[in-house]
Design a protein around this ligand. Structure first.
Ligand SMILES: [Zn+2]
Ligand SMILES: [Zn+2]
Ligand SMILES: [Zn+2]
Length: 140
C-alpha cells in the first residue's frame, strides 16, 4: 500500500483528506521511520507548518486506523512508519541518528523456531523487535 492507496482508503471510509493529512502520510510513507519532530520540520519545509498538538492528534488518528505503526527504537523519541511494509528490522546510527531498514531472511527462520518453542510453553508471540546499533556509512 502506497500513499495513494492509503488516501483512497481514507476516502472510502469517509475521512477528510486535509492537506496536512496528505503531507503527513506522505512524509511517513516515503521517509519512514520518522519521529514527530522530523515530521514537524518537514511540514515546515513544505510550507505547511502545524503545531505539535495538531500533529500528535493526526498521528493518533493514523495509528488508530492502522495506516502507520510505531517503531520503538533505542532513541529518545518514537518513530513512525507505514503499517504495510514487509517485516524488517532496523539499523540505527548512534552518531547521527540515521535509521535504515534491514530485511534479515537469515534470522527469520531460527526466530520462528524459537517462537514455536516458546509457544509450547504457553506464550503466544505474534511479533518481535530487533534493532541493530552502530555507525552508518557516513559516520564510520
Ligand atoms: Zn551516522
Ligand atoms: Zn522500519
Ligand atoms: Zn524479524
Amino acid at each position: 500500500m502506497n500513499v495513494d492507496d492509503a488516501l483512497s482508503l481514507l476516502k472510502s471510509r469517509k475521512k477528510r483528506l486535509t492537506r496536512m493529512r496528505k503531507h503527513t502520510l506522505d512524509i511517513i510513507y516515503t521517509g519512514g521511520p520518522v519521529s514527530a519532530p522530523d515530521i514537524l520540520k518537514t511540514l515546515k519545509m513544505k510550507k505547511h507548518p502545524v503545531n505539535k498538538s495538531t500533529l500528535y492528534r493526526e498521528i493518533k488518528f493514523l495509528l488508530k486506523l492502522g495506516l502507520i505503526n510505531e517503531v520503538q527504537l533505542d532513541t529518545y523519541v518514537t518513530h513512525y512508519e507505514s503499517a504495510f511494509l514487509t517485516h524488517h528490522h532496523h539499523l540505527v546510527c548512534k552518531n547521527c541518528g540515521n535509521i535504515k531498514e534491514l530485511i534479515c531472511d537469515e534470522l527469520e527462520g531460527p526466530l520462528e523456531k524459537l517462537e514455536k518453542r516458546v509457544r509450547t510453553k504457553g506464550f503466544l508471540i505474534n511479533d518481535h523487535n530487533l534493532e541493530f546499533f552502530g555507525l552508518c556509512s557516513s559516520c564510520n
